[in-house]
Design a protein around this ligand. Structure first.
Ligand code: ADE
Ligand code: ZN
Length: 347
């Protein structure tokens, strides 16, 4: 169904609400223009003749059809400066969308398997996050994410390679995530490495219930003991699980435009975000991989508001949930929630 024309007043009101983004893959913010620039800089061949040809290739049928292009695109990221430039471009967009805090996932294995040192990835992302904190007034954290199509042994090796860097990035690297091909790669496959990460004091999240079944959401909660579920939209297939999520206030980092582009839903008007929210689930709105799915955080808020007839109160709840569900210290959450109340009452 074509999208309704955007109401500029609604967009501006939404922009002014302080919000956090909790589900964002930095590799998924690689716009075709920057992909070409970095390919030229690093002499990496691309199978596309132009920026338009890259965009034309973004017609996905499911998660795997997207992941194949996403991993291929990431091959242009080579130097610390590349990771810095990628993250800075996203952080500027984030600031323009009214995000005040972002929790960024990154996939070290996508890079280390191509011979890029994990320290190069950390250094580039961290320098951008620190620059954004100082110049854009936006705070950030890093969630190191394991690729679930690879083995748990590979995840342990990645953790071992990253741990010597922990102290240097203690202000940023707070958590662990799990992403990539969901079906056939259940959370249980990573039970031991998640137990180790819990012992080490990391905050834990995992993708579950995007394409995979509600049972994976339950496993992520009970076996991996995650604090948040990335996506989780399939949770509504299991009413008892949904009640548990509601009672325990487990945040779901929902990504509406991603779900649309990957065929998780046929039309945004069929998305269960509003039903989950109205049932009392702690839902948040996020962009996932905005360069590939045609929308950043604010686009996701606006598109959801229009397709699902979300009220202004519901939109404020979604913004508040994003701040509450973040890994920010309590005092920062309170300060942003107070500012959200002020912004919500304007316009
Ligand atoms: N990696 C990047 N985006 C992802 C998504 N939507 N699901 C699983 N893995 C991902
Ligand atoms: Zn994701």
């Amino acid at each position: 169904m074509p999208q309704a024309p955007c109401d500029p007043a609604l967009r501006e009101w939404l922009r002014a609400l302080p919000k956090a983004e909790l589900h964002l893959h930095i590799e998924g913010t690689l716009e075709p223009e920057l992909m070409f620039e970095l390919a030229g800089r690093n002499k990496v061949p691309l199978p596309y003749a132009s920026v338009d040809a890259v965009r034309a290739a973004y017609r996905f049928t499911d998660l795997q059809s997207f992941l194949d292009l996403y991993y291929a695109g990431a091959s242009v990221l080579v130097t610390e400066q590349d990771f810095h430039d990628l993250a800075m471009a996203y952080l500027r967009r984030a600031r323009d969308d009214g995000l005040v805090h972002v929790e960024i996932m990154f996939d070290p294995q996508t890079h280390t398997h191509r011979g890029i040192a994990i320290g190069t990835v950390f250094a580039g992302l961290a320098s951008a996050l620190r620059e954004a904190r100082d110049t854009l007034g936006i705070s950030g954290r890093l969630l190191l994410s394991f690729l679930r199509h690879l083995s748990e042994e590979d995840a342990f090796a990645t953790l071992d390679a990253a741990l010597p860097l922990r102290e240097a990035y203690a202000d940023l690297w707070v958590g662990i995530g799990l992403d990539s091909s969901e079906k056939g790669n259940p959370p249980e496959k990573f039970a031991r490495v998640y137990a180790r990460c819990a012992e080490l004091g990391f905050r834990l999240v995992a993708h579950a219930g995007e394409e995979g079944p509600a049972a994976y959401v339950r496993e992520a909660l009970e076996t991996l003991k995650v604090a948040r579920i990335d996506h989780g939209v399939r949770s509504s297939d299991d009413p008892a699980l949904l009640q548990t999520l509601i009672q325990r206030r487990i945040p779901l980092t929902v990504c509406p435009l991603s779900n649309l582009k990957l065929g998780v839903v046929r039309d945004l008007s069929e998305h269960n975000l509003a039903r989950l929210l109205r049932a009392g689930a702690m839902v948040t709105i996020n962009a996932d991989d905005p360069a590939y799915f045609g929308g950043y955080a604010l686009d996701n808020y606006v598109a959801s508001a229009q397709a699902l007839d979300l009220s202004r109160d519901e939109l404020v709840t979604l913004a508040a949930n994003s701040l509450q569900a973040s890994f920010l210290p309590a005092a920062d959450k309170t300060r942003w929630l107070d500012q959200l109340a002020v912004a919500a009452s304007r316009g």
